[in-house]
Design a protein around this ligand. Structure first.
Ligand SMILES: Nc1nc2c(ncn2[C@@H]2O[C@H](COP(=O)(O)OP(=O)(O)OP(=O)(O)O)[C@@H](O)[C@H]2O)c(=O)[nH]1
Ligand SMILES: [Mg+2]
Ligand SMILES: [Zn+2]
Length: 310
């Protein structure tokens, strides 16, 4: 009879999970059969994800079994296309999403940033924006370009790994929290994490996620515990987050700077597409930028098309 241990899921797909135990070592474990047979509508907790806290035990002969999944305090999930029971948990117990872009090389795409932020908002998870390679255009230019995000309420860190500028603020923001770090390839995510935590030794300058490209079932990621508490989760999942199953009404609330006027348009079903008395459109050019409003319209068209297909 072996003792039960508590651990943290750091990686896993295809039924095998890496679990970090209390002594700091990692074992490969599989879920006890009974857990696997849980139903979709039991809260989804039976579907294990990176970031989950679990109870596990020695099954003998080098094998380990996960016997319980602990309740989650949050999760980053995407709904599955076409299914109303469908949500796939990308990571569990996430405190924040850190969206990393480069000031240049590669050029930042605000539309993609907006998509990451909407994904975080839809899951009630805080998000912050980090812009690296600031030395390429200068800090002032970065702050000017990303001002709409600060106005929307997001924390913005302007950094340069190359010049070791701004790293301390990001370090403080990560400390003690579980952060999903995401962003396009080549912006310097691995470089940034290595600069703050040399022990991580992440590979730099390679397209590290290419293994997962085109495999849409693979939404697993890696959790790296941080030496001073907290962890970072590196997942390809968020990049593929479609906004399936989201209603246009729900999308509006995922833009924090829209919230104060939602529900106050002249028409209750206002789509904010030129209707008279639209309170949201009245903000464009003032507290809502044309670019963010444009992003909203694009995403709105996407969710409306997906709703129509269901
Ligand atoms: N100019 C400049 N280049 C940087 C800076 N930080 C990182 N780089 C370079 O950017 C390139 C990509 O860095 P990575 O850390 O591999 O980028 P990544 O975001 O982890 O990319 P993926 O793993 O593919 O998602 C490397 O050649 C780095 O040396 C910076 O502050 N300034
Ligand atoms: Mg990388
Ligand atoms: Zn309106």
């Amino acid at each position: 009879m072996s003792a039960s241990l508590e651990g943290l899921v750091t990686e896993g797909t295809g039924g095998q999970w890496r679990v970090l135990g209390p002594d700091g070592s990692t074992v490969v474990a599989s879920m006890r059969g009974r857990l696997k047979q849980g139903r979709e509508d039991d809260g989804g907790i039976h579907k294990l994800a990176v970031g989950d806290r679990v109870t596990f035990e020695d099954a003998g002969a080098g094998a380990w079994t996960i016997t319980a999944i602990h309740p989650r305090r949050s999760r980053l999930a995407r709904r599955e296309p076409g299914g109303r029971h469908g949500e796939r948990v990308i990571a569990a117990n996430v405190d924040q999403v850190v969206a990393v872009f480069a000031a240049a090389n590669p050029e930042p795409h605000e539309r993609m940033l907006d998509r990451f932020l909407v994904s975080a908002e839809a899951n009630d998870i805080t998000a912050r924006v980090v812009v690296n390679k600031a030395e390429l255009v200068g800090e002032a230019a970065v702050r000017a370009r990303f001002a709409p995000y600060v106005n929307a309420g997001y924390a913005l860190d302007v950094v340069s790994v190359k010049e070791r500028m701004g790293l301390e603020a990001v370090h403080d923001a990560l400390m003690g929290r579980v952060s999903v770090v995401t962003g396009p390839s080549g912006v310097g995510k691995s470089s940034l994490l290595n600069a703050m935590y040399p022990g991580l030794q992440l590979r730099v300058g390679e397209v590290s996620e290419s293994v997962n490209k085109g495999r849409h079932t693979t939404v697993g990621g890696f959790l790296h515990p941080l030496p001073d508490g907290g962890a970072i989760i590196d997942t390809p999942g968020l990049r593929e987050v479609g906004l399936w199953g989201m209603e246009p009404r729900e999308l509006e609330h995922c833009f924090p700077e829209f919230r104060s006027v939602l529900g106050t348009c002249k028409f209750a079903d206002c789509a904010h597409q030129g209707e008279p008395g639209c309170a949201l459109m009245a903000l464009v050019g003032h507290t809502v930028t044309a670019a963010r409003f444009d992003s909203f319209q694009h995403l709105r068209a996407e969710v409306a098309a997906a709703t129509g297909r269901r």
